[in-house]
Design a protein around this ligand. Sequence first.
Ligand code: V47
Length: 361
Amino acid sequence: MDTIAAPLRGIIEEKVEQGQRLSAAEGLALYQEPDLEWVGALANKVRERRYGARTTYIVNMHLNYSNLCTLSCMFCAFARKRGQEGGYEMSMDEMLERVSIMKNVQEPEIHIVGGLHPDYPYEYYPKLLSTLREHYPQAHLKAFTAVEIDYFAELAGKSVDWVLSDLSEHGLQSMPGGGAEVLTERIHQKLYRDKMGPERWLEIHGIAHKLGIRTSATMLYGHIETDQERIEHLVKLRDLQDQHGGFLAFIPLRFHPDNTPLKKLPLRSGDEVVRQTALGRLMLDNFDHIKAYWIMSGLENARRAQFFGADDFDGTVVDERITHMAGCETPVGLTEESLRQMIRDSGRDPKRRNGLYEVIE
Ligand code: V47
């Protein structure tokens, strides 16, 4: 890799200094620049200008109600067909039992996602939300990826607008960013052909934003995508954010290959994790928050990512299944105190937030 020629370096530094938008070509140069510390320092500058030493986190848990799924995505180790070993469905009582750890917690977040279940009727989903809402009125319900929402619309025979409005009435407060994978048609065809494509994912997030429902955006990186495709993905997110401003955060997700059809691929390095974090911060100038999702990036890399543009550490998580079924070796959750300690030990200042990224301490 050649170092970026001096004039372009100067242009990028000047643009970052002035808060001006980087072009796709400049982003591509940053992916290919061997001086990673320089790239990180640029992203850190933007991060510290906005947030100083602060790193936010949330007390949250994941609730993966079932892994039965009609799809067969190449990167997934979580989904099962009915009757296949390892498939599960949680009863409502089991879910309430799991969520009971949030009983005395102030403004926790419950992150609810599953596969595309082969048999549940549409009514199951609003009922799931309203039951949780009834038992945990103080909780923030972040629920259902755009892929699930699209499927629910098909089940209900209604529009996405209708489904999102109905789910909001039953307790949905925001949507997670899963299911975006890499938003290009080539990756769609190669890795997740039977699932909705990039345009539909963007459309559904746009509909949510117009209805006032905030969402997150992810990118699943480190498989067969090119740098050019990563840039395309980031530019598509940035363009949509320009329209409605509805994205709360960007979460780069490092691909874990074990137990997936892509298991021969290597797990990408820590350097790649922090570079991707920096690219998120530098390209997505209209996103407030860039997350170091320690579950997928690894704790050490997440610690480092706080100096490469990340201002949020996700949360305590508790009971993550999607990546752990793909061989991820981080803990399935952390206590709030150990999370705070980790942020403090890395030289940042932990601040607890709610589901809308408002600091609550
Ligand atoms: O949509 C699937 C990805 C996503 C694997 O919105 C995998 O705040 C790595 O979206 N290796 C689910 N990743 C997780 C997700 C998420 C996580 C944390 C916070 C938020 C948020 C969203 O995980 C899936 C898919 O893109 N995924 N399989 C795998 N083997």
